[in-house]
Structures are given as structure tokens and as C-alpha cells.
Ligand binder design. Structure first.
Ligand code: ADP
Ligand code: MG
Length: 626
């Protein structure tokens, strides 16, 4: 029998390898940015055209490559990151398999321009379907610039297999979110068809989370920080009330690398135990640091599934660490910290050392839903689970209010003396509109056309006029959407919108909520859209600017949770329409603002989470004049 086994040509081998490493445009983004990170870049710019079908470009300011290295980098198993098998147990770089560039070059039209720091000239290489087309010296910038064009041009079946543009773009955005969270100190910009999606400076983790998700999340983050001999865990978890209806905001990182870990995910879910509203998923951004020898990154070509040496111990540490974080944060006012037993960290110490036991006590019988479960969202009457969480704030806010009524025969307008045990329901009910009809008995002063000042028992209450108005409008808009109360103001001359492809997709997703708010948007001939009506309350604003601004703001956000879309729209509109600083208010307007503010569910925070009301204490005044 004749011999029939042959070695595959490189180009075919690379295509096959690409099947594992490069599944879609987002995989190219991941591999290229990881290479930039490994090359010590502090700044990376990503340009995408047509969701990556036409172009994926990654430009970094990393260390660059010599002409030989640049040529070598496209060979399979060519890597500068490991030299021998032992190195596999001490991996600190993102890449090490030396396959990514070979795979990418096997399935696309690739150009690289690269110049090492301090060198006068750089190198240009053009490689198409694994075949070098051109290599020459090039006057490029320091660092490296990869352009990957027409992905899967030589594998029509795979090119066809790509999903819709908006799905592929979402994969890319998700990938960039992971990279951005794993490397907050790295400045990252992402452009799609020349419009900016992210433009993130080097920042800390908390700021990065806020830049990527929303300003709302900031108030809802609980810091986590636990060090043991087995694993260090840091980062943030979302408060239970911030839990999402989808899995969007769940991120684990290990040694700077995003990972999926269903087993640890269950550990997190269980740490929240019964604190989560039904059918919701907690948000988390958890960073694990472990000895690289105790994990196996190699089990999956895209390196997102990672095996831990001792997963059971890690599981318990995660749980204990999260509960400690929640306990410290004093999240649940009714948890009785004095009663329950502590949570044990298991004893299977790696390398003989002891795992310190976090000190946490919680009441396992506490169930925040006993009263609140199933309550409707109602923005005028506060009975939902969320409000329970606001209890603390309410208490601080009203702590010092006067018992004015008792003292001088008038009826008190403030709840006096809210004791710690008072039912939440009761607190809220004290703030009906009638109660707050206080015009006669309160002096207001508008200060610098920015703050409203009014005396209270413990000192001087300071209200930020713009934020107060934002809060009032926000709750109004939420009511309008929820109860279909929109009043639309028809436009005399419908304004044409300037939209690109992504914008249009977003507009279609937002359609229902925009209608509910009173926007009337019509698709004209071809692809043109016109604003024919806007919410009556906003009639003073420029219709097309407003809609374009709304769409622009949604580019950076997941748009698959209805509740989030509503809240975010309501927030943006309240910000657009709120009275500004510098506007002088009439006395009636001030007391109106005050009354409406305290009829709100959450008067003390603006919709974006900024403080609306604060009290300068009497003691502070006394100190001033000592
Ligand atoms: P790996 O990252 O696993 O080593 P790759 O195929 O992704 O394999 O890259 C091959 C090599 O090319 C890297 O080891 C590195 O030396 C070099 N390289 C790739 N991208 C860059 C970059 N942006 N800057 C500098 N060197 C790079
Ligand atoms: Mg790599």
C-alpha cells in the first residue's frame, strides 16, 4: 500500500487553527489587544468598520517589533513569551501559545506597521491568507498598528456564518468591556464606523466600571477585598437591589485575565442567598490573584475557561469574602449581626499555611422579601424592596428635624424623631403632599442661584436646585412611561435625524419607550427618520438634537433590559430638561421645588446618583465662630 499521510501546508494548518482561536471579529479584537497589553502598551485604539467584517484595526504604543520579529510573529508557535515547558506554570502574559497572529493571517488580509521605541525606522508587512505579499521599511509611529481586513475572505462558509452586524458589534463591545475591566490602567478607545463607542482614560477600577456601565452603578457598588494564602479577591459586587434581569454585568478575572467560571458564579449567587429579588442576577466585578502554578489556563484555546487547583477552597473563600463585604457595608439594616454564627473557611490550606478567617456574622433567617416581595413599582408610594434599602438615607436625612409643631402650636411638617425600629412604611407615609405643604412656615434662601437653603433643627439644609429638579423630573418621566401618560407636542416642522447604521438599530430598540414618553418618530423614504413630536414637557428643546443625544448615550449601554432602558431614558431626559444653575427662582418656585422633591421616592439622590440634599450641622456653625 502506498504511503498516504502528508503534512498539511501552513496555510491550511493556519485556517484549521483559526477555527479554534478566531471565531469571529471579536476574537481578533481580543487577541490583538492582549498582544498590545503584553507589549507594555499604556494606550490602545481600536477602529472597527462594519462590525469587523471590513476592518479591525488595533493601534498601540507598546514596545514594537524588530523587522525579523515582525516577520516571525506570523509563524505558528512563534512567541516571545515562553521558552520551555516549565514556563507554562508561571504565566503572567496574556498570550503564550504563539497561534493568534498565525491564525488571523490565515483567514484575513493583514497589514502591520511596527516600530520599536528609539528606532528610526519601522517595518511594514502585508500578509494575505498566510502568504507574505510585501515587507519593507516604514516611517510609522512607535508601537504597533495591526489592520485586519475582510475576515474569513477565504472561507465563505464562515463569513456567511457571522451574525447580524449588531450582534457582531455586541460581541466586540463585550470583549472590549472585559479587556477594559481587566486593565483599568490601560487607556482604551473603541470606534465603530468612525463614531466613538468608548474613549476611556487610564483610571481606577471603580471609575472604569462607572465609565463602562452607568453612573447609576456607582452608588450600588460594594468593595470586596480579601487576602488569603490561597487566593486574593478584590473588586466590587453590586448591591442586591441593583441585581439585573439579565446576566450582563458579571465578570471574573484571574491574574488580569477575564474568565468564565460557572462553579464560582454559583458561589457568588449563593453568597447573596435570599437577598436577591426573585429572578435577578447580581452584578459583580471580581478580581482573583493566585499563584500562576495553581491554575491551568491552557485548557481552552481562547483561554477563557480556567481550571483552579483547589476549587472547593476557593469557593468557600469567595462566599466568605462576599458576605464579609456585604456585612461591612451594613447593607441590610435588619440583619442582626449579634446573633448568627460565623461562616467557616474550610481547612484545606495549600502549602501548609493557615487561611485567615474573615469575621462575619449574618442572620441566616433574614428575608428582606417577607414584606416587600411582589410589590409593584410605584414611584409615588414607596413600598418596594428598593426603598427598604433607602431607609438609612432617609433616617440620616431627617434625623435632626424639628418638633416644631409641638413647640409652637403649629402642625409639624416633618416626621419627628424616627426611631430605629419604626416601620419603613410609616416613615414614607409621613411625607404626603399635605404634610409638606409648608410654605408658610419655612424660610428659603436661594444662594448663588445654585443652592436652596432652609433651616432645620439640626442645622441648615442645603438643596442643589438642579439635582433636585432632575430627581423630580426623573420620577415624573418614570410614571409617564409606566402608566402611559405621555402628552406629545407635535412639531410644526418635523426634524430630520442624522443617523448611522448603529444609531438606527438603537432607535429601533428604543422605539417602544420613546413612544411611551411622547416621542413620535417616523421613518420616511429610504432610511431617513423624522421627529414629528416630542414630550410636551420638553417642547423648549431642539427635537433632533435631543433624540440624537439620547441615541448617542445608548451606544455604550446594553439595551436588552427594558427596565434599564426606561430608567436611563428618564434620567437623560431629566438631565436635559432640569433647571440649570444660574437661574434665579421665585419664592413660589422654590417652595414648589421643595414640596415636589420631598414627594419623591428618593429625594436625597439625583437620578445619576449625586447628592441632592445635605445638612450643615448646627455644631459646624458654632465651630465657625469659635
Ligand atoms: P502569543 O501572544 O501567544 O505569543 P501571538 O501570535 O499573539 O502569540 O503573537 C506572536 C508574537 O508577536 C508575540 O509573542 C510578540 O512577541 C509579538 N507581538 C504580537 N503583537 C505584538 C504587539 N502589538 N507589539 C509587540 N509585539 C507583538
Ligand atoms: Mg497573543
Amino acid at each position: 500500500m502506498p504511503d498516504i499521510i502528508q503534512l498539511l501546508p501552513d496555510s491550511v494548518a493556519n485556517q484549521i487553527a483559526a477555527g479554534e482561536v478566531i471565531q469571529r471579529p471579536a476574537s481578533v479584537v481580543k487577541e490583538l489587544v492582549e498582544n498590545s497589553i503584553d507589549a507594555g502598551a499604556t494606550s490602545v485604539t481600536i477602529n472597527i468598520k462594519d462590525s469587523g467584517r471590513t476592518l479591525i484595526q488595533v493601534i498601540d504604543n507598546g514596545k514594537g517589533m524588530s523587522p525579523t520579529d515582525a516577520r516571525m510573529s506570523f509563524e505558528r508557535h512563534a512567541t516571545s513569551k515562553i521558552r520551555e515547558a516549565n514556563d507554562l506554570f508561571a504565566i503572567r502574559t496574556m498570550g503564550f501559545r504563539g497561534e493568534a497572529l498565525a491564525s488571523i493571517a490565515g483567514v484575513a488580509d493583514v497589514e502591520v506597521r511596527t516600530r520599536p521605541h528609539g528606532e528610526e525606522l519601522g517595518t511594514y508587512i502585508h500578509i494575505l491568507g498566510s502568504a507574505i505579499q510585501k515587507q519593507e521599511a516604514d516611517q510609522c509611529a512607535e508601537g504597533t498598528n495591526f489592520s485586519v481586513k475582510n475576515i474569513f475572505f477565504n472561507i465563505p462558509a464562515r463569513r456567511k456564518f457571522l451574525k447580524s452586524n449588531s450582534s457582531e458589534l455586541k460581541y466586540i463591545i463585550t470583549e472590549v468591556q472585559r479587556l477594559a475591566l481587566a486593565n483599568p490602567e490601560l487607556a482604551i478607545s473603541l470606534y465603530h464606523n468612525n463614531s466613538v463607542i468608548y474613549n476611556l482614560p487610564s483610571e481606577n477600577i471603580r471609575k472604569r466600571i462607572v465609565s463602562l456601565f452607568s453612573r447609576n452603578i456607582n452608588l450600588n457598588l460594594i468593595p470586596v477585598d480579601t487576602k488569603t494564602s490561597v487566593i486574593n479577591i478584590s473588586g466590587f459586587i453590586g448591591q442586591p437591589k441593583y441585581a439585573k434581569k439579565t446576566l450582563g454585568e458579571q465578570f471574573f478575572f484571574v491574574n488580569g485575565r477575564f474568565m468564565k467560571h460557572p462553579f464560582f458564579n454559583r458561589a457568588v449567587q449563593q453568597a447573596y442567598d435570599r437577598l436577591l429579588p426573585p429572578e435577578t442576577f447580581p452584578s459583580y466585578f471580581l478580581y482573583f490573584e493566585v499563584d500562576p502554578a495553581t491554575i491551568d489556563i491552557n485548557i481552552h484555546p481562547t483561554k477563557t475557561e480556567i481550571k483552579f487547583e483547589d476549587e472547593r477552597t476557593a469557593w468557600h473563600i469567595i462566599q466568605a469574602s462576599l458576605r464579609e463585604a456585604m456585612g461591612k457595608f451594613n447593607l441590610m439594616p435588619s440583619i442582626d449581626f449579634d446573633q448568627a454564627g460565623s461562616i467557616d473557611i474550610p481547612i484545606s490550606p495549600v502549602r501548609g499555611s493557615n487561611i485567615p478567617e474573615p469575621e462575619i456574622m449574618i442572620n441566616p433567617n433574614f428575608n428582606p422579601f417577607e414584606e416587600a416581595r411582589g410589590a409593584d413599582r410605584d414611584y409615588s408610594k414607596a413600598t418596594s424592596y428598593r426603598d427598604e434599602q433607602n431607609l438609612d438615607n432617609w433616617q440620616t436625612l431627617y434625623k435632626g428635624f424639628e418638633r416644631e409643631g409641638e413647640q409652637n402650636g403649629r402642625i409639624s411638617v416633618y416626621p419627628s424623631d424616627i426611631s430605629d425600629n419604626v416601620e419603613h412604611e410609616a416613615i414614607q407615609q409621613t411625607f404626603t403632599d399635605d404634610d409638606l405643604a409648608i410654605k408658610e412656615c419655612h424660610n428659603f434662601l436661594q444662594f448663588k442661584n445654585k443652592y436652596i437653603l432652609t433651616p432645620v433643627k439640626s442645622g441648615l439644609m442645603v438643596i442643589d436646585q438642579r439635582r433636585a429638579h432632575e430627581r423630580i423630573l426623573f420620577e415624573d418621566f418614570m410614571r409617564i412611561i409606566d402608566n402611559h401618560l405621555a402628552i406629545s407636542q407635535r412639531q410644526l416642522f418635523p426634524a430630520k435625524l442624522e443617523l448611522n447604521a448603529v444609531d438606527k438599530e438603537i432607535l429601533i430598540v428604543l422605539d417602544e419607550e420613546l413612544k411611551a414618553l411622547g416621542f413620535e418618530i417616523r421613518q420616511g423614504e429610504g432610511d431617513d427618520f423624522f421627529v414629528e413630536g416630542i414630550p410636551a414637557r420638553l417642547s423648549h428643546l431642539n427635537a433632533s438634537d435631543l433624540v440624537e443625544k439620547l441615541i448617542g448615550d445608548f451606544k455604550n449601554r446594553p439595551v436588552d433590559v427594558k427596565e434599564e432602558i426606561k430608567e436611563h431614558l428618564a434620567m437623560l431626559l431629566s438631565q436635559s430638561a432640569a433647571i440649570n444653575y444660574g437661574v434665579s427662582l421665585k419664592p413660589e418656585e422654590i417652595s414648589d421645588l421643595f414640596n415636589h422633591l420631598f414627594a419623591c421616592r428618593t429625594p436625597n439622590y439625583s437620578p445619576s446618583g449625586k447628592t441632592v440634599v445635605s445638612i450643615v450641622s448646627f455644631q459646624d456653625f458654632e465651630k465657625l465662630l469659635k
